[in-house]
Structures are given as structure tokens and as C-alpha cells.
Design a binder for this molecule. Structure first.
Ligand SMILES: *[C@@H]1O[C@H](CO)[C@@H](O)[C@H](O)[C@H]1NC(C)=O
Ligand SMILES: *[C@@H]1O[C@H](CO)[C@@H](O)[C@H](O)[C@H]1NC(C)=O
Ligand SMILES: *[C@@H]1O[C@H](CO)[C@@H](O)[C@H](O)[C@H]1NC(C)=O
Ligand SMILES: *[C@@H]1O[C@H](CO)[C@@H](O)[C@H](O)[C@H]1NC(C)=O
Ligand SMILES: *[C@@H]1O[C@H](CO)[C@@H](O)[C@H](O)[C@H]1NC(C)=O
Ligand SMILES: *[C@@H]1O[C@H](CO)[C@@H](O)[C@H](O)[C@H]1NC(C)=O
Ligand SMILES: *[C@@H]1O[C@H](CO)[C@@H](O)[C@H](O)[C@H]1NC(C)=O
Ligand SMILES: *[C@@H]1O[C@H](CO)[C@@H](O)[C@H](O)[C@H]1NC(C)=O
Ligand SMILES: *[C@@H]1O[C@H](CO)[C@@H](O)[C@H](O)[C@H]1NC(C)=O
Length: 598
């Protein structure tokens, strides 16, 4: 997270000068002027507004269930692990590749043929409007290799009409010794799959990444026991924040993380546009068993980086990580974060498998910039929460759910719903006094850049609401900016991490299982809920977005006459949660996780 007036602390020192110079030339954020001396201009780059049609339109998407496949998957016993997922959306708006669907009223299924490099792989009848319909195939008909295979799918709509979809299928050879680990994306649920981060042999597991962007200089590099503490606190991933000036120390820190059993999210924010530097870093890091995924641009849309920069970096990284460098997968996915709500979204997002959003809405005036003294609108100003609506200038948790939803909707319109997943970045900062007392963090209040965007830190409960709202709206990873954070946020984040990922009643068992069915409901009373049903049990994850006690009624959730069935079993609570037979009372910004029989 970097804002114009607010360089990340690790930039202090030498880099602050270059930042100050940059500011003179690039006085925009998300393409908008934000200084009072500058005029209002159209930032451009808006995502096209969808046209609505009175007649139905149909599109076809297809893609591998898992990216990438490896020869070890020949033996998979999971019946849909090796399959092509097919979507056949029927909509009344123009989404990419859609054509008019004149026979919508007479056809309930259509015949779909999947070709790999021009040869038939599988064909089947698929229900109209299907989502993630799995067509199993055998990998034995393909040869593993670096080069991705071209997938072309055709659905016959009758009367000679057809709709076409295409994507890539990557089937890599077993990893060479120069690569330390493999992270597969299971697009049936969007989950990452990997073997133990310690480097010990073991089966692939489903991973719920939860942790922080974690300062390296003065923090991770100064106290090597931090990794084992984070592991005990339940976190699964550490996103190390550069710069990493000394590779010896970097390797020591990463060794500790590996030993503790923590995944690494490797950040190249300052260097992702420098091919030489990216190559050096990928070659250094790719042999680590605990590498989970790469990270390139940090708010590249905020700073208006070249529109092709994220895709260029992704292809380069893939080419050094076992892939073809032309769009096929490597051994690990690539991520980035977007800060703008609506600025060249498709261009920047195209360079990521895992797309993050960082909607920071706590403690800032989201419609009037206290930093710059201007209003914030769709074409002017920077309030630290781009295009946030808030309520009377106060940021709202709905700004987060809206951002998650709009990213998912655009991915759907662009035909990327079988290719990308979205993660959420909860705000774990506000004022930064606490940094100076954390470990050896090299700062003093005098050298801290002054920020008036955010006037306070989120409370622990607000932190949990931000996280859960993100998860309920499709977020399959929670990585907060930033650690060091307040003890209260750390404690709340830890409780959530433990409930999500540890023990027999861990919530991620519901969220990550491809067999779960999912439903999201926001009640009129202001409670955001997600429900995952698996084997006749439902996980209810709910956050009260109000700053007062609010009751969630089973009847608000459309569960039918069974309601909460045999009653709720609490598996997580933040703040106050008081469960009755057919309702739960949540305290001010309280959250809870409950399991009931569906
Ligand atoms: C939908 O139509 C609008 C208006 O014609 C156009 O600007 C936009 O690019 C189209 N979007 C897609 C995904 O085809
Ligand atoms: C297609 O399915 C979606 C949900 O998956 C639903 O909202 C939509 O109404 C369906 N469209 C049609 C035309 O049935
Ligand atoms: C896939 O298609 C691209 C572009 O049409 C072509 O260059 C490439 O050789 C094809 N790949 C395979 C494996 O046939
Ligand atoms: C890097 O760190 C190691 C271990 O602390 C130290 O021995 C070495 O001198 C450092 N290298 C540089 C260039 O500072
Ligand atoms: C790019 O990275 C290389 C290797 O780290 C470095 O030597 C070079 O100075 C960098 N180039 C720029 C323009 O920063
Ligand atoms: C990005 O696009 C610009 C102009 O459109 C082009 O000059 C440049 O070579 C491209 N860069 C990469 C890395 O592809
Ligand atoms: C935001 O700023 C505007 C303009 O100064 C002010 O009217 C409003 O009360 C502020 N809202 C908050 C929540 O501070
Ligand atoms: C999470 O729960 C599932 C289902 O109960 C279980 O199989 C898995 O082992 C649990 N994970 C952990 C880390 O305990
Ligand atoms: C919220 O509910 C709790 C538990 O029922 C109660 O103790 C508390 O007084 C309530 N707070 C308010 C402001 O009503």
C-alpha cells in the first residue's frame, strides 16, 4: 500500500527522494488529479458499461479444472479433478463472446465439444446456463510439456449456430530440482493446492492463505523468531515486503518461515517492471519449498504503470517458473493488488491469476480528502478509498463487498471466471505510532511521513468484519496491510486465522471444498452472511456491519421452514455473538461462524 503522500515506511531513506521526484511528474492517483491546484479531468480507463438486451445472449467459457496439471495427476481418484469446466451463461447484457440465443425457450441442454490443439478431447451435453460443469477427461491422451495446449470449445445451438470459447490447458512435466514446490489452482473452488511448506513430503492440501504484508527491514530481518510466533498465531502465509537488500539475511528469514511451516508470497513491487531484476529474483526464490505464489504490481493502477506491465511481468515470471511465458501456467500463480475501483481494470487485472483488492475504509473521510482538501469524486481527488460511497463521508463495509462484487462481475464479463480468483486486503493500519515500539523497527515519529488520510486504526472487531465481508463475497485469501500492526488487530486476526485453518471444525474445510454449495445474503438489517453447505451441514459466516447490537433471524436467510435445523454450533466469535434457536444477536461490529444441519 503506497499512497501519493504516504510512501511505505520501507521507502524511507534513499528512496524517499525518488518518490518525491516522481510526485512532481505524476500528480494523479487512479488517473485522477488530486491536488487542489489541478483541474478536474476525466481519468479515462472506465470499464465499459454493459449494454442491456431484451433478447437473451449466450456465451461459452471452458478451462481446465486445475492449473497446471502434472503427470502425478494421471492417478487422481477425484472424479472431476482432471476435467474441463464449462460455463454457458445466459444473460441479457453484452458479455465478451456472447451471441443472441434465439432458441433459449426450447433448448435446455446443448452439445459441447472440447478440442485440444484441434483434436477432440471430450464432448457432452451441458445444461444451458450451467456454471463450472465438469467434463472429465484422461490426461493419458496428452503429452506433458512446457508449452500450453490450446483449448477450443464449441456449443451447437441448432440451426447451424454455434458459440465458441477458448483457453489454455497447461500440462507440465514433473517439476525439475531447480523448482522447490508446485502450487496448483483448483478452479472448481478457486483454491490453491500445495504440498507442505516445510519441504517434507506429503499430500497436496487445500490452503486458505491468511496473513499480513509483513515488513522485512527492521522487522522480519531483525527478529528471526517472528515466523514461529506467526505460525502459532494461526497464520498460514507471510507476504514479505521489499526491499530485500541482503540476500544472506533474506535466505535466513525464508528458512525460518519454511521451518515454521509458513507459505511465502514473494513481492516484487519495486522491480516488477525491470526484467533483469525479476529474472534474478525468480531464479533465487523458485527453488524454495514454501513459495506459494508471486506478487508483482502493488497498486499499479494507482500509479498508472504502463498498461501492459503486469501481463509482461506475469509472462516473464511464468517462463522462468516452468511455463511457456505466453499465457500458460508455470509452477506457481502470479498475484497483484489493484487499488482503484475503475481504472483500466481489465488491462491491469489481465496480468494476475490471483487478483487482490485493497479497499481501506476505516478512519478516513471517503468523500472529502483531508489530505488534499478536495472533494473525492469519480474524476477527482484521493481519499485513500477510491470511488468509495461510504455513508455521510464515513467509509462503509459495503464499500468492500461492492469492490469484491464488481471485480467478480468484471471477470465474468471479460470471460475470466474460470481463470482468476479474487482475494481481499483488510486494512490493518491507520496511525502508525505503534510501529516504533515494535521490535527494532527503524523509525521515529519525526521521520514518519505524516498522513491525514486515516485518523485511526481499525479495532480488532472491525478488522474481522472487513475480512469476513471479503470472504463472503468470494475472497479465497486474506492478506492485510500490514504487520507490525496493533496488538488488538493481531489478536483478532489470529483468532480468525485459527478458526479458519486449524482443528477439526476449521471453517476453510467448508469454504475450500469444491463440493460445497455457496450462497451469500446481506440482510436488510445490515448483516453480511455467507453459507457453505457440504454433506448436509452448513457453515454460516456472518458479520454485523452496524455499530449497534443487531439480530440475525434464520428467516432472513431464505432457509425455508427448517431454519437453523438442529440449532447452531459456534465455531468462531468476534465481539458478542449470542445464538438462540432461530436467531443470533451480534454486538456492534460483531462476527461469528456457526455450523448447523441443513
Ligand atoms: C458492450 O457494449 C458496449 C456498448 O456498445 C461496449 O462499449 C462494450 O465494449 C461491450 N462490452 C463487451 C464485453 O462486449
Ligand atoms: C442463470 O443462472 C444464474 C445464476 O447462476 C441466474 O441468476 C440467472 O437467472 C440464470 N439465467 C437464466 C436465463 O436462467
Ligand atoms: C496454440 O495456438 C497458438 C496461436 O494460434 C499457436 O501459436 C500455438 O502453436 C498453438 N499451440 C499448440 C500446442 O498447438
Ligand atoms: C549481509 O548479511 C550478512 C549476515 O548478516 C553479513 O555477514 C553480510 O556482511 C551482509 N552483506 C552486506 C553486503 O551487507
Ligand atoms: C534493473 O535491475 C538490475 C538488476 O538488479 C539493476 O542492475 C538495474 O540497475 C535495474 N535497472 C533499473 C533501471 O533500475
Ligand atoms: C508496452 O506497450 C508499449 C506501447 O504500447 C510498447 O512500447 C512496449 O514495448 C510494451 N512493453 C512491453 C513490456 O510489452
Ligand atoms: C468529510 O468531509 C466533509 C467536508 O469537509 C464534511 O462535511 C464531512 O462531515 C466529513 N465527514 C467525516 C465523516 O468526517
Ligand atoms: C479441517 O477440517 C477438515 C474437515 O473436518 C479436516 O479434514 C482437516 O484435517 C482439518 N484441518 C486441520 C488443519 O485440522
Ligand atoms: C447488546 O446486547 C448485549 C447482550 O444481550 C447487552 O448486554 C447490551 O446491553 C446490548 N447493548 C446495547 C447498546 O443495547
Amino acid at each position: 500500500m503506497i499512497h501519493p503522500s504516504r510512501p511505505s515506511l520501507s521507502l524511507l531513506g534513499a528512496l524517499i527522494t525518488s518518490w518525491a521526484c516522481a510526485e512532481v511528474h505524476a500528480q494523479t492517483w487512479c488517473g485522477k488529479n488530486y491536488m487542489i491546484t489541478e483541474p478536474v479531468t476525466n481519468p479515462g480507463g472506465q470499464f465499459p458499461i454493459s449494454k442491456t438486451f431484451s433478447e437473451p445472449q449466450i456465451a461459452l467459457r471452458c478451462g481446465p479444472a486445475v492449473k497446471p496439471y502434472l503427470p502425478e495427476d494421471l492417478d487422481s481418484t477425484d472424479p472431476t479433478f482432471v476435467s474441463i469446466l464449462v460455463d454457458l451463461p445466459v444473460v441479457f447484457s453484452n458479455i465478451s463472446g456472447a451471441i443472441p440465443f434465439n432458441r433459449a425457450s426450447s433448448l435446455s441442454t446443448v452439445d459441447v465439444i472440447v478440442l485440444v490443439d484441434g483434436k477432440e478431447l471430450v464432448s457432452a451435453s451441458v445444461p444451458v446456463n450451467a456454471s463450472k460443469h465438469a467434463l472429465p477427461f484422461s490426461l493419458s491422451s496428452l503429452q506433458p510439456g512446457t508449452e500450453a495446449h490450446n483449448l477450443t470449445c464449441t456449443a451447437s445451438l441448432g440451426e447451424g449456430e454455434e458459440v465458441i470459447g477458448s483457453s489454455l490447458l497447461t500440462y507440465l512435466p514433473a517439476k525439475p530440482n531447480s523448482i522447490g514446490s508446485v502450487t496448483k489452482m483448483d478452479m472448481r473452488s478457486g483454491t490453491l493446492l500445495a504440498k507442505p511448506p516445510t519441504g517434507e513430503d506429503g499430500p497436496y492440501g487445500r490452503i486458505f492463505p491468511i496473513g499480513f504484508y509483513t515488513q522485512f527491514e527492521g522487522y522480519l530481518d531483525s527478529e528471526l523468531s517472528i515466523s514461529s510466533t506467526l505460525k502459532e498465531q494461526g497464520f498460514t502465509v507471510v507476504h514479505t515486503v521489499p526491499p530485500f537488500e541482503n540476500n544472506t539475511i533474506l535466505e535466513e528469514v525464508l528458512d525460518k518461515m519454511q521451518k515454521a511451516g509458513l507459505w511465502l508470497m514473494y513481492d516484487m513491487r519495486y522491480t516488477y517492471m525491470n526484467d533483469t531484476s525479476v529474472s534474478e529474483q525468480v531464479k533465487l526464490i523458485r527453488s524454495r519449498p514454501n513459495l506459494l505464489l508471486w506478487y508483482t504490481g502493488d497498486e499499479p493502477d494507482g500509479t498508472s504503470d504502463p498498461l501492459n506491465a503486469t501481463t509482461h511481468a506475469q509472462f516473464l515470471i511464468n517462463s522462468l517458473d516452468g511455463g511457456d511465458g505466453k499465457g500458460g501456467s508455470g509452477y506457481h500463480p502470479v498475484s497483484l493488488v489493484l487499488n482503484c475501483e475503475n481504472y483500466f481494470w481489465s488491462e491491469y487485472a489481465s496480468g494476475a491469476d490471483v487478483l487482490m483488492q485493497d479497499t481501506y475504509m476505516i478512519g478516513n473521510n471517503v468523500t472529502f480528502s483531508s489530505e488534499w482538501g478536495t472533494p473525492c469524486t469519480v474524476d477527482y481527488g484521493d481519499c485513500g478509498c477510491d470511488n468509495c460511497q461510504g455513508i455521510d463521508g464515513v467509509g462503509s463495509f459495503k464499500d468492500i463487498s461492492f469492490r469484491m462484487d464488481v471485480f467478480a462481475e468484471r471477470a465474468f464479463i471479460d470471460g475470466w471466471e474460470l481463470e482468476k480468483v479474487v482475494w481481499t486486503v483488510p486494512q490493518g493500519f491507520g496511525t502508525e505510532e505503534y510501529l516504533c515500539s515494535s521490535y527494532a523497527f527503524r523509525c521515529s515519529p519525526l521521520t514518519l511521513p505524516s498522513s491525514r488520510y486515516w485518523t485511526r486504526n481499525p479495532t480488532g472487531e472491525e478488522f474481522v468484519v472487513q475480512s469476513i465481508v471479503g470472504i463472503n463475497h468470494g475472497g479465497l485469501g486474506v492478506v492485510s496491510w500490514d504487520d507490525p500492526t496493533t496488538p488488538e488487530i493481531k489478536a483478532s486476526a489470529s483468532a480468525l486465522a485459527l478458526a479458519l485453518t486449524s482443528g477439526p471444525s476449521n471453517m476453510s474445510a467448508f469454504i475450500l471444498n469444491p463440493s460445497s454449495t455457496f450462497k451469500q445474503v446481506t440482510t436488510t438489517s445490515g448483516i453480511d452472511t455467507g453459507m457453505w453447505t457440504l454433506d448436509r451441514k452448513t457453515l454460516l459466516l456472518a458479520s454485523n456491519m452496524n455499530y449497534e447490537n443487531t439480530t440475525l433471524e434464520a428467516a432472513d436467510l431464505g432457509l425455508g421452514s427448517k431454519g437453523f435445523g438442529g440449532g447452531l454450533t459456534e465455531v468462531f466469535c468476534s465481539g458478542l455473538c449470542s445464538a438462540g434457536d432461530e436467531s443470533v444477536v451480534f454486538g456492534s461490529v460483531g462476527s461469528g461462524g456457526f455450523v448447523f444441519s441443513a
